[in-house]
Design a binder for this molecule. Sequence first.
Ligand SMILES: [Mg+2]
Length: 249
Amino acid sequence: MLWAMGRNYEVIIFDLDDTIYPRHSGLMQEVGRRIREWVVNHLGLNAEEAATVQHDYYVRYGTTLAGLLAEHSIDPRSYLSFVHDVPIEKFLAEDKALAALLQSIPLRKVIYTNGTADYAWRVLRALGVADYFEQVIGIEEVGLRNKLHREAHEQVLARLGVPASACIMVEDSARNLGPARELGMTTILVGAEPESDDGADFVVRDVMELEGIVRRLLESGCRPASLNTVRADEAGPADATRSPDSVPA
Ligand SMILES: [Mg+2]
């Protein structure tokens, strides 16, 4: 299909939490615990009720913040600063393998997160990879709209100054990838057991599996034209002996 061909990839956009570092680090669970604490303190609920609200808002609005903004009068800045006030170094350490992966990818690198840019930079510094990223785009930079909103992704593209077709987006949430893929980005879902992989062109178990897929995308200059997701193990091992036509086109 012609529309899929001749891409000129320029930017790789990484989600932050549970993408650039592994879920088992526990950092995102700690942020989730802070979110629950905030809900308990500000909505006058017990912990169990707060957890229910948190889950409900996540399902209906994409994030707890979006639900709070829709249904309550809250100060988003103080909420964001409270929930991200976590001792990151207790959960993450320098990651030399991640640094080597980033070094190997010859594209502009950006973080785009539903969290704050300040928090994201702290995470990147803890991992020892801040220098690889040209910018971080947080929720405050896209009008507090989360990634379920197409407009948020459009604002990201406007900031980057590139068309969607020039972007590869890497994310652990399939539903966050949906609007990006609709806009024309090539999407890679990180995580072994996605709830749904409809929004993804590729699925990898771990961010460290990216290198082979990205190399093949750059060689072929296209994203898969079919809507069928290609898993990393089906796409073949990340070795130089595979021909470029192993990328579905
Ligand atoms: Mg994430």
